[in-house]
Write a protein that binds this ligand. Structure first.
Ligand SMILES: Nc1ncnc2c1ncn2[C@@H]1O[C@H](COP(=O)(O)OP(=O)(O)OP(=O)(O)O)[C@@H](O)[C@H]1O
Ligand SMILES: [Mg+2]
Length: 393
């Protein structure tokens, strides 16, 4: 079929042609927005799940929901070794700019921007010879608020000032944090504390997060009350029904159908993982000479999809690992697909567990594996074990 009209979109954070199987989460978040706007106590959402399961896409959809309610919104993507200061400042700057035109008192906005600038500029020691970074804010930095240098105090003050600007215009602010597991430990603890403080005052600012499956345990070890602060929503594979809808709805809009056994074969191949659904859907479309797309088209297309996944989805991640880290992952893969005890991995490599800690920790830092239950680890990438087993050693 015409590749130009191919609707499927395997990508990172790319909006799918049909956001399938996420109605519950969208409805839940509507309630959160409504309650927070009314000053009612409410826990924010934190989405967790494996790579390619649709966390970023859903986070973006939740952001659209807040924008529809005329909230101010901003988004950051956390990175290891990067302090939250600049990205949070930039995101809140954007959020408040969305609210500013509706504010009756421009001085209040300027006051807030002064605090925001002070927050952003605090704590920076510019490297020799480089210019001091300047946030694009025209007002002078304020003094004595959100600039103590203690990130916990500063975030709390900044959030509460941002929330009060939102209160003035009868709206709220939502700050979206993707790859939340990558926030440095001090900052994550400060972020939880600031959210905690705000939730107690009923201020209309919420943090909505997304990250890998171990994010809840990271947050609880940072602040024990974080499980009462956030509602963890596990984003998982799509059900058969949702996966079919993800394929058929966009096709239908182009006047194209699937035979039932083509859908069976696609579900078997993609296993309900949204990224795979898009990847297999895309090649099946291109392979089919005409509508409906048949099981034979899927069979012809599948090797191409697998080859593309091997290079893009799996290969690009595998490339990021050092030889020692690759050995570690191969050992994991040889033990099965679920979480595997780290002690077993060490045994299969014939090494002392402690000697493998650097490889394991680096793989966690690179986001390739995560520590599941106590003492065991798992791949963050679905079907990664299968991919490794099919690679020549
Ligand atoms: N609900 C859905 N229905 C159909 N397709 C989806 C859905 N959610 C995500 N996708 C598709 O899956 C792909 C991956 O989504 P996304 O980038 O949001 O995953 P992710 O969980 O953020 O992955 P990572 O952990 O690697 O960042 C996208 O190309 C998107 O089009
Ligand atoms: Mg993502």
């Amino acid at each position: 079929m015409d590749p130009v009209r191919n609707p499927y979109a395997p990508g990172a954070g790319q909006r799918p042609p049909e956001l399938a199987g996420r109605d519950r989460e969208l409805a839940q978040f509507d309630v959160v927005l409504e309650r927070v706007a009314k000053g009612r106590p409410e826990r924010s959402l934190v989405l967790t799940g494996l790579r390619g399961v649709g966390k970023t896409v859903l986070l973006n959809a939740l952001r659209s929901q807040a924008i529809q309610r005329l909230w101010g919104t901003g988004k950051i993507e956390a990175r290891p070794d990067q302090s939250l200061r600049r990205p949070v400042a930039a995101a809140l700057h954007m959020a408040v700019r969305e609210l500013a035109p509706r504010h009756r008192n421009p001085d209040r906005i300027d006051d807030f921007l002064g605090v925001l600038k002070a927050f952003a500029l605090r704590d920076q020691k510019p490297a020799k010879g480089t210019a001091r970074w300047q946030p694009g804010i025209d007002v002078p930095a304020a003094r004595g608020r959100a600039d103590s240098g203690d990130i916990e105090i500063d975030l709390t003050e900044l959030f509460s000032d941002a929330a009060s600007v939102a209160t003035d215009v009868g709206a709220g602010i939502a700050l979206y944090v993707d790859e939340m597991q990558d926030i440095p430990p001090d900052d994550v603890s400060a972020l939880c504390a600031a959210c905690h403080e705000l939730s107690q005052t009923g201020a209309p600012l919420i943090v909505v997060g997304a990250g890998l499956p171990h994010l809840p345990s990271l947050l609880s070890s940072s602040k024990s009350y974080s499980e009462r602060l956030f509602r963890y929503v596990r984003i998982d594979r799509l059900s058969r029904e949702a996966a079919d809808l993800a394929l058929t709805a966009p096709a239908e809009r182009e006047g194209v159908a699937f035979t039932p056994d083509a859908l069976d074969a696609l579900y078997a191949a993609a296993d309900g993982y949204p990224y795979f659904v898009q990847a297999y859907g895309k090649v099946a479309w291109d392979a089919a000479p005409e509508s409906p797309i048949t099981v034979d088209d899927v069979k012809v297309a599948a090797p191409e999809a697998e080859a593309e996944l091997a290079v893009g989805f799996f290969g690009s991640r595998y490339e990021r690992a050092t030889p020692a880290e690759r050995d570690y992952m191969r050992a994991m893969a040889s033990l099965g697909d679920g979480p595997v005890p780290t002690a077993e991995v060490a045994k299969s490599l014939g090494r002392a567990p402690s000697s493998l800690s650097p490889a394991r920790d680096n793989l966690i830092k690179k986001g390739l594996i995560y520590s599941a239950e106590r003492g065991s680890i798992a791949f963050t990438v679905p079907h990664f074990g299968h991919f490794l087993r099919s690679q020549p050693a």
